[in-house]
Design a protein around this ligand. Structure first.
Ligand code: DGY
Length: 315
């Protein structure tokens, strides 16, 4: 049996995999070229991967023996799951273990944008804070008491809702399927967008959700409202969002982008009305370890023909 790993992994993980199978591991921080991946998967039984490595129809077509793809992520938009299913390749991912970290970071972005934390930090570091406390310095908006609209009420959306209740927020939500959750009012998407002081995205990227927040949806948002995205960049029309932030009408807290890393030419970099993070929603030591452990458990179960602890479609 052979396992292809598409990103550098610690030696201890290599040893663990080598006890089960022959290992071919991409060692560079640069992404593995598609041509190399196609070459490597020709005799592979399993792939261990992450969200930076697209596994599409072409790669899958060159992997006749492939049984399992295990990704160290909850999102699977980098994998053509339809083609994987057609080819009886099972997909494992890492739901649950990153819920709290991602929900924490969502709240951090809401507070950072509302209370202008990055601007305050930059002011001090630049030496421009020269005259002490001033009544109008960096006035922001409160999270306490705000109306927050959650689009998507899966585990991360629900964990965000729980935290927001502690801040005395009114939480409204729209979701593909209605779920009841104490203290959360269900509304339609238009009502959510036009009512919320803060709109936060917690839905997976699929062909149906791609670009779901476009110019029309952003225009529905209240003047001064804030968009928070810790899910996937491509849920939002980034150019339309830039225009709204530039005009000063909306603010944003973003952890994810249509193109990652965010291109140097992106206008978002120039706009003070947004706080930008480099896709670190799950980036705590404990969570990354748990994600890695779950991905390895999925990989080994798939190789041995057992049910995966977290198989896509059953989680
Ligand atoms: C995921 O797992 O999909 C996150 O975006 C990265 O941890």
């Amino acid at each position: 049996m052979k396992v292809v790993v598409t990103f550098p992994i610690p030696d201890v993980a290599k040893q663990m995999i080598s006890e089960h199978a022959a290992l071919q591991c991409w060692e560079s921080e640069e992404s593995i070229p598609v041509s190399t991946l196609i070459d490597w998967v020709a005799d592979a039984d399993a792939i261990l991967t992450t969200l930076t490595c697209p596994i599409g129809r072409e790669v899958l077509a060159h992997a006749p023996q492939l049984k399992v793809i295990s990704t160290v992520s909850v999102g699977v938009d980098h994998i053509d799951v339809g083609v994987a299913a057609e080819r009886d390749v099972i997909v494992g991912h890492t739901p649950g273990v990153l819920t709290n970290s991602t929900a924490d970071l969502t709240l951090a972005l809401m507070l950072a944008v509302g209370r202008r934390i990055a601007e305050g930090d930059a002011l001090i570091r630049s030496g421009a804070w020269s005259d002490g406390w001033k009544p109008n310095l960096l006035l922001g908006t409160d999270l306490s008491g705000a109306t927050v609209g959650l689009i998507g009420l899966g585990p991360i959306g629900r964990a965000v809702a729980t935290r927001l209740k502690g801040f005395g927020c009114r939480v409204i939500a729209s979701n593909r399927t209605m779920r009841s959750l104490e203290g959360v009012e269900f509304v339609d998407r238009e009502t959510l967008l036009s009512t919320a002081d803060i709109v936060s995205l917690h839905t997976a990227l699929t062909p149906q959700t791609l670009g779901m927040i476009g110019q029309k949806e952003l225009a529905l948002m209240k003047d001064g409202a804030m968009l928070i995205n810790t899910a996937r960049g491509a849920l939002v029309d980034e150019a339309a969002l830039v225009a709204e932030i530039k005009s000063g009408r909306l603010r944003a807290g973003l952890d994810v982008y249509t193109e990652e890393p965010l291109p140097l030419t992106s206008e978002l970099r120039e706009l003070p009305g947004c706080v930008l993070l480099p896709h670190v929603g799950s980036a705590t030591e404990r969570t990354r370890r748990a994600m890695f452990e779950l991905a390895l458990a999925n990989l080994f179960a798939g190789l041995q023909g057992y049910d995966l602890p977290a198989r896509l479609g059953t989680t």
